[in-house]
Design a protein around this ligand. Structure first.
Ligand code: NAP
Length: 321
């Protein structure tokens, strides 16, 4: 992805500068929020986080974003969103927020590069892949264990890989992996997939894809690199070893909200609570995208939430003056 940044000037980053609006996160929600805020002449600053573009930047193809009937790659879609926001004046700072103070206004954000102050904030920090939490997973990550087929699929040319999970992400990534791997074995803990019917049909019709049903991962084994995955059939309790060169864990996501704990209301699953109009329990702070969306989690819904949050923030800022 070729990124076209519009960096803030020194003055714009001066620690005593109070920004009208800071957007935390650079996925579809963040870019849409920044675009709307920029067009409202609020000079938004985007603190990008370390994964610029968010999850969609690692998605092979997006087939369900309106206006792209032939599909578009994730990196291209998010690059266009970024260019659009920058064109209207959004500024981007490559920094990750490590701590916040939402107890008093203006709000304070602490990053690796400095401290930022803002009258209003839109949280668009997204979500990250959920881990299995089994032995060997952490040790072998990057050595056969991956959470992103688009990023790592290339390493498994003509090899056999397993995909763990039965949702849309697992099947979409399994389909992508068939471009590289000789065989893709989907391991699912039930005998019924969670993915939508269209995705299911594509996966079932693909000759390179096989399914292992009713099975969970007990451990991931290997000395220096992945050797096999130990599986347990949940109906028979039978254990088996599945020899594969790679295992892709695609079992959902967790919202990136831990830095906001104690500062803002968060539900039991880690999602930031909002009032349906993106406003959090803290006046002046909105949430957009997967950090506050346990239900829809689509590129289009995240972008829509970003636009809504920015409109709400603009109205609130207008009412303050
Ligand atoms: P998801 O829908 O929550 O599916 C997670 C899958 O992982 C489920 O099959 C679940 O099993 C399984 N799982 C969860 N924890 C597990 C564990 N500890 N061990 C084994 N398996 C486990 O997550 P997702 O697939 O990432 O999708 C998230 C959202 O994004 C969904 O709304 C989806 O429709 C959407 N999405 C859409 C597209 C698209 O339209 N192209 C692509 C990707 C994602 P159970 O089924 O038994 O719960």
């Amino acid at each position: 992805m070729s990124l076209q940044f519009s960096m803030p000037t020194k003055d714009e980053l001066k620690e005593d500068r109070i920004h009208d609006i800071i957007v935390i996160g650079s996925g579809p929600a963040g870019y849409a929020a920044a675009l709307y805020a920029a067009r409202a002449e609020l000079n938004p600053l985007i603190l990008t986080g370390h994964e610029i573009g968010g999850q969609v930047a690692t998605t092979w193809e997006v087939d369900n974003y309106p206006a792209f009937p032939d599909g578009i790659t994730g990196p291209e879609l998010v690059e266009r969103m970024q260019q659009h926001a920058v064109k209207f004046g959004a500024k981007m700072e490559m920094d990750s927020v490590t701590a916040v103070d939402f107890k008093q206004r203006p709000f304070t954000l602490v990053g690796y590069n400095g401290t930022y102050t803002a009258r209003s904030i839109i949280i668009a920090t997204g979500a990250s892949p959920r881990k299995l939490g089994v032995a060997g997973e952490k040790e072998l990550t990057g050595r056969g264990v991956s959470y992103c087929a688009t990023c790592d699929g290339w390493f498994f040319k003509d090899k056999e890989v397993a995909v763990i999970g039965g949702g849309d992400s697992a099947l979409e990534e399994a389909l992508y992996l068939t471009k590289h791997a000789s065989k893709v074995i989907i391991v699912h803990r039930r005998d019924e997939l969670r993915a939508g019917p269209a995705m299911q049909q594509r996966a079932r019709e693909n000759e390179k894809i096989e399914f292992i049903w009713d099975s969970v991962v007990e451990s991931i084994e290997g000395q220096d690199s992945l050797e096999y995955v130990k599986l347990k059939n949940v109906k028979t309790n039978e254990l088996s070893d599945l020899s594969v060169d790679g295992v892709f864990i695609l079992i959902g996501h967790l919202p990136n909200t831990s830095i906001f704990e104690g500062q803002i209301d968060i539900d039991d699953h880690g999602y930031i609570k909002h009032d349906g109009e993106m406003l959090t329990n803290v006046e002046g702070i909105w949430v957009a995208g997967e950090a506050g969306d346990p239900t829809f989690r689509q590129v289009i819904t995240s972008a829509g939430m970003g636009a809504a949050a920015a409109i709400a923030a603009q109205r609130w800022l207008d009412a303050q003056t």
